[in-house]
Ligand binder design. Structure first.
Ligand SMILES: Nc1nc2c(ncn2[C@@H]2O[C@H](COP(=O)(O)OP(=O)(O)OP(=O)(O)O)[C@@H](O)[C@H]2O)c(=O)[nH]1
Ligand SMILES: [Mg+2]
Length: 216
């Protein structure tokens, strides 16, 4: 039997070039959204980056776009507090979501973000794929599973992107990959390939660009 949820293969020359071209078209910040009625028109293919607070969503957007500070990244969990929209060329939106599972912020504030996050994930018609970021050191936690279940119910295809691969030794990585694969087997909306990334070192970035370019 072949391994379920293999790592995405390195892209061939043509999709790699398509990914390079797409991201060379330039990314710009469009707006930060705090309520569903503030969303831009659903007139482009959209992908979003969801994940626990501090997992590396903003850093990944910066690595993909080759812009050091397009999306705000920081050591302070909970930094991204709005749904941030970026235009990519004139065909895509990239969406940086507020992190979940962050316990330090005031409860009222957290509840407001979480409500918005859930409404967005379940109700955006042009959302072609949700990239759910999982820290390669930690694997899938209970808070992640809540989001995966929400995506199953909303029938939004999600793809797991493992982050901070540079921080993990090979043996630990294999153990976490097994945990991730076993968990994803229970989620019908899971896309059947994983992407292992490091925003720091650049691993997986070309692959992810090619995947985004390939969405229609
Ligand atoms: N070593 C390493 N550190 C990373 C990587 N990606 C992100 N980080 C660090 O992890 C921390 C959090 O990164 P962010 O990109 O701000 O995380 P986030 O998911 O956007 O966080 P919130 O907006 O708070 O939800 C920062 O200190 C980053 O420098 C990576 O690939 N490797
Ligand atoms: Mg962020």
């Amino acid at each position: 039997m072949s391994l379920p949820f293999p790592l995405s293969p390195e892209p061939d020359a043509a999709p790699r070039e398509a990914g390079r071209m797409l991201f060379a078209a330039g990314a710009e910040f469009l707006k930060g959204v705090v309520a569903m009625d503030g969303l831009p028109p659903a007139d482009r293919i959209e992908v979003c980056f969801a994940g626990r607070s501090n997992v590396g969503k903003s850093s990944l957007i910066n690595a993909l776009t080759g812009r050091k500070a397009l999306a705000r990244a920081s050591n302070t969990p909970g930094r991204t507090q709005e749904i941030n929209f970026f235009t990519l060329g004139d065909t895509r939106y990239l969406v940086d979501l507020p992190g979940y599972g962050f316990a330090e912020a005031p409860l009222k504030v957290v509840e407001k973000w979480q409500q918005l996050l859930r409404a967005y994930l379940a109700g955006r018609p042009n959302l072609r794929r949700a990239f759910v970021l999982i820290d390669t050191r930690h694997g899938i936690k209970a808070v992640d599973e809540e989001i995966l279940t929400l995506l199953d119910r909303a029938a939004v295809t999600f793809q797991v992107v493992l982050t901070k691969a540079d921080k993990v030794k090979a043996a630990d990585r294999e153990r976490i990959l097994s945990q991730v694969r076993a968990t994803l087997g229970k989620h019908p909306a899971a896309f059947p390939e994983l992407i292992l990334t490091s925003s720091e070192k650049g691993d997986g970035i070309e692959t992810l660009r090619a995947v985004i370019a390939g969405l229609e």
